[in-house]
Ligand binder design. Structure first.
Ligand code: NAD
Ligand code: SER
Length: 312
C-alpha cells in the first residue's frame, strides 16, 4: 500500500482515517474523495476530489490519475437512514462497491470495505455472535453488508483482488457527526452530557450493543490492510469489538465526569427494532488470531478521552 484513494472521506470514519493515513503514508499519497465538498482542514492537508463512488467511470479515472494501489471504500448509507430509503441504501451501498471492485480488478488495487454488526439478524446467536454463523439481517443495510462481504470474497477468489474488511460495531468519536445509524446514541450522549447535563435516548434501557472508540477503529482498518496475507483465512470480514454498552452503563460512566448527569428514554421503534435484531456481543477471537487485533480503549478509557476533548 503506497498510494491510497478514500471514498466517503468526509464521514465519521473518513474524517479520522484520512489524517492517520496521511501521517503514515504522506499527505500527497492519500486522495480524499466524497460526493460533497469537505471542510478546509481535509482539503488543505492533501489532495481532495468530489467523486460519486457509484460512478465506475469517475472512480476509474480518479484511481488512474492518482496512481492508487489501494482503496479504502467508506461511502455508504447507514442503517437508520437505509430503513427510511431502502432503494437509496441499495443503490449507494451495492452500486459503489461494484464500481470500486471492478476498478480494483482492472487497475490492481487492494480494497478495504467496512462491514458491520448489521450483518447479523434475529436468527444469529446473540451472545456471542461467532465469526462464522447464520446471517439473515432484517435491514436493507444489513442485506447490503452481507452481499458486500460475499462480493469482496468473490473478487478475491475469482480475480485475485486483495480485498479485506472488518465488521465494525458502533463507533464513538468526536468531530464529524455519525451519519444516521442505530448506534448514534453512543455519540449523541456525550454532546448532550457536556451541553445540557442530560440525554434522552432513542434506544431503551437494557439495549446492549458492541462499540469501539474511533482511534481503535482506524487501527483496525489499517491493521487488517497491513496484515500478512498468508495468515488471513477470512479476509472479508472480521468481527472486531472493544466493549459492550447499554445506555444506562454508559450514562453511569459519564456521570463519574459530569456529576448529576441524567438519562431518560423516548424509544424510536424503528431503531429499537434494528438494535434488537443485532447481537449483544460479537466474538472477535478470529481477528485476534489471524492478524493480532486488540483494542486499546475500553469504556472507562474511551469515556475519559471523549469528555476531555469535548470539554476542551
Ligand atoms: P458516514 O455516513 O459518516 O459517512 C459516509 C460518507 O459517504 C459521507 O461523507 C457521505 O457524504 C459519503 N457518501 C454518500 N454517498 C456517496 C457516494 N455516492 N459517493 C461518494 N461518497 C458518498 O459513514 P461512516 O460512519 O463514516 O461509515 C463508513 C463505512 O463504515 C460505511 O460502510 C459504514 O457502513 C461502515 N460502518 C460504520 C459504522 C459506524 O458506527 N460509523 C459501523 C459499522 C460500519
Ligand atoms: N453504526 C452503524 C449503524 O448503526 C453500524 O453499522 O448503522
Amino acid at each position: 500500500m503506497n498510494r491510497i484513494l478514500v471514498t466517503g472521506a468526509g464521514g465519521q470514519i473518513g474524517s479520522w482515517l484520512v489524517p492517520k493515513l496521511r501521517e503514515l503514508y504522506g499527505g500527497p499519497a492519500v486522495l480524499a474523495t466524497d460526493i460533497r465538498t469537505l471542510d478546509a482542514e481535509m482539503v488543505e492537508a492533501g489532495p481532495f476530489q468530489v467523486l460519486d463512488a457509484t460512478d465506475p467511470h469517475a472512480v476509474g479515472q480518479a484511481v488512474m490519475r492518482h496512481h492508487a494501489d489501494a482503496i479504502f471504500h467508506l461511502a455508504a448509507i447507514l442503517s437508520a437512514v437505509g430503513e427510511r430509503d431502502p432503494r437509496l441504501a441499495w443503490h449507494v451501498n451495492m452500486g459503489s462497491l461494484e464500481a470500486v471492485l471492478e476498478v480494483a480488478r482492472e487497475q490492481s488495487c487492494a480494497v478495504f470495505t467496512p462491514s458491520s454488526i448489521g450483518v447479523f439478524g434475529p436468527d444469529s446467536p446473540k451472545n456471542p455472535a461467532p465469526q462464522d454463523t447464520v446471517m439473515r439481517p432484517r435491514t436493507v443495510y444489513g442485506i447490503t453488508k452481507v452481499a458486500g462481504e460475499l462480493l469482496c470474497d468473490y473478487y478475491h477468489s475469482h480475480y485475485g483482488v486483495d480485498t479485506r474488511g472488518v465488521r465494525f460495531p458502533g463507533l464513538i468519536s468526536y468531530g464529524a457527526p455519525p451519519g444516521g445509524g442505530t448506534t448514534d446514541w453512543a455519540v449523541d450522549i456525550f454532546y448532550k452530557a457536556v451541553e445540557q447535563g442530560r440525554y434522552t435516548c432513542f434506544l431503551a434501557e437494557g439495549t446492549q450493543l458492541d462499540m469501539m472508540y474511533m482511534p481503535d477503529a482506524v487501527r483496525a482498518a489499517i491493521g487488517v490492510m497491513e496484515a500478512d496475507p498468508d495468515r488471513l483465512v477470512h479476509r472479508n470480514a472480521f468481527n472486531v469489538t472493544a466493549m459492550q454498552l447499554t445506555p444506562e452503563a454508559l450514562a453511569a460512566e459519564i456521570r463519574k465526569h459530569v456529576p448529576g448527569f441524567e438519562i431518560d428514554y423516548d424509544v424510536d421503534p424503528v431503531r429499537q427494532s434494528i438494535a434488537d435484531s443485532w447481537p449483544d456481543r460479537i466474538d472477535d477471537t478470529t481477528a485476534r488470531q489471524e492478524w493480532g487485533w486488540k483494542p486499546d480503549f475500553d469504556a472507562v478509557a474511551m469515556t475519559a478521552d471523549m469528555l476531555t476533548h469535548l470539554k476542551g
